[in-house]
Design a protein around this ligand. Structure first.
Ligand code: F0G
Length: 479
């Protein structure tokens, strides 16, 4: 058992290697599995619910006040991996709320008062990602990093770009060409991140940014994707806020869209730890909802029976599915571009969360997603397409009778409606703004601070050059 109050640990039961929180890893250096951040709770202040009450009323201007103001750090005793308060990078993220969506409940055949929406679109960059980014930047700060990067379907890049700008890091984002909604692209550009538009999809971008961060350490890039276990620590706070809003009463269901599967993994870990600490006595069920065109977890879990199996899950089954994708030229494709992901990096942690929370996985098609997005717009706060997958999935589970009429249901609305105005305008008017924009004549950017995306081939040498690195760093072995 490590002696520090916090440490990193490989999640594979046959490995379980531990590392200091001062080290930077994106996978276990010994066996390649994902890492968790873990705590020796008995050496820490024992968290109690009443410690968190009313901290959020502070103005949050100075010192600890900024931590109390944050909807993540006011739960800091449940994620105490930092050394000192000054390590924390925060901008008042996570001040989101749980909405009683009575009209929407009625519309989808559920009991009014029993159906809630956790509106993460209220975050500073308009998505739940800010919960994780504050934690990952805190760790980057602890280890003295100054250059951070991620691959993204849009929201992670917007969040990274804002925190990097605010905290004085150099931000680099890898996005697939033509793959992200304009609202999100505009954020990365405005916050000044170096935006590499890679000729490929999200899966290609993630593979490249991981290569850059891990295999070319000379570039000094700290990886911010959700393979970074510190990011998921921050995302646990979404569940803490749901519980807080419910007077610390556990709901029956948590329903969340699944893309790279970081969020559902963080939720599973949150409940495991709350139970271990005796702060809750039961655990909600989890439903992860994917788009039909990007459904690897649904296929593996529901169709092929893949299970966590105490951590010894069947990797061959996953590899066989990915080989089928390659053989048949299948690429993830959905209107819900945020979850257009074919090879989710957190698959193993998602299986663990499904196991712990007696979970189910469902897929919903694009038309159903858009109809539910419109319902959320009419009867809720509005959201982007991927977020509406959670409501569409809830509707499906209610119709199937898996969710009972008197179950307490919480759907996570992961991103703001303004993230993807094109999808909304097209749904309501039939006008395809994206097609119009693509045909419009391009003029040179002319602002003094113009920050245009850099198109780059899906090729390591080209990417290193675009980062200003020496192309000779790309050895034959890496190619
Ligand atoms: N909803 C939205 C709005 C998202 O942006 C994402 C992920 C998800 C749901 C899925 O969450 O990956 O934790 O399963 N967006 C990432 C990005 C991949 O790059 O912004 P997940």
């Amino acid at each position: 058992m490590p002696t520090d109050h916090a440490y990193q640990q490989c999640i594979h039961p046959d490995c379980g290697a531990t590392f200091s929180v001062d080290e930077v890893h994106v996978a276990c250096p010994q066996c390649g599995s994902l890492l968790d951040v873990r705590y020796n709770w008995d050496r820490l202040v024992t968290p109690k619910w009443d410690m968190f009450e009313y901290r959020w009323m502070t103005k949050g201007e100075h010192g600890k006040g900024a931590l109390d103001f944050s909807g993540v750090w006011r739960f800091r005793e449940l994620m105490p991996f930092y050394h000192k308060y000054e390590d924390v990078v925060t901008i008042g993220e996570g001040r989101t709320n749980l909405q009683d969506a009575r009209k929407l409940a009625r519309h989808i055949g559920h009991t009014p008062g029993k159906f809630h929406l956790q509106y993460e679109g209220l975050n500073p960059t308009g998505s739940f990602k800010d919960n994780g980014m504050t934690a990952a930047f805190t760790h980057a700060n602890m280890v003295g990093a100054d250059k951070v990067a991620c691959a993204s379907t849009g929201n992670t890049s917007a969040s990274l770009a804002m925190f990097a700008d605010m905290a004085g890091f150099k931000g680099v984002v890898f996005i697939g060409s033509g793959k992200i909604a304009y609202g999100k692209l505009s954020q990365a550009l405005d916050y000044g991140a170096l935006t590499l538009q890679v000729q490929g999809d999200f899966d290609a971008c993630l593979r490249r940014v991981k290569q850059i961060a891990v295999e070319i350490p000379q570039l000094g890039i700290y990886l911010m994707n959700s393979v970074n276990p510190f990011r998921l620590e921050g995302q646990k706070a979404i569940m803490f806020r749901v519980l807080e809003a419910r007077g610390w009463n556990v709901p029956d269901w948590i329903i969340v869209p699944g893309g790279n599967l970081g969020n559902c993994s963080a939720f599973g870990k949150a409940f495991m730890e709350l139970k271990e600490l005796g702060l809750i006595d039961r655990v909600p069920r989890l439903a992860v909802i994917q788009a039909t065109g990007a459904n690897p977890l649904y296929t593996l879990f529901e169709k092929r029976g893949l299970r966590w199996n105490g951590g010894r899950w069947d990797k061959d089954m996953r590899n066989a599915l990915y080989a089928e994708y390659d053989d048949q030229g299948i690429r993830a494709h959905t209107i819900a571009s945020a979850i257009e992901i074919g090879r989710p990096v957190n698959l193993s942690k998602a299986l663990r969360a499904l196991d712990y929370m007696d979970g189910v996985v469902r897929e919903v098609d694009d038309e159903t997603i858009l109809e539910h997005k419109a319902m959320v717009g009419r009867y809720g706060f509005g959201c982007e397409p991927a977020s509406a997958a959670s409501v569409a999935g809830a509707h499906m589970l209610i119709d199937e009778g898996i969710i009972n009429k008197d179950d307490d249901v919480v759907c996570i609305l992961t991103g703001h409606q303004l993230k993807d105005p094109d999808a909304t305008v097209k749904y309501h008017t039939g006008i395809d703004m994206k097609a119009i924009q693509e045909q419009a004549p391009h003029t040179e950017p002319h602002g003094k601070l113009s920050n245009t995306p850099v198109p780059v081939a899906d090729d390591l040498t080209a990417i290193v050059e675009a980062l200003g690195g020496d192309p000779s760093l790309v050895t034959a072995a890496l190619r």
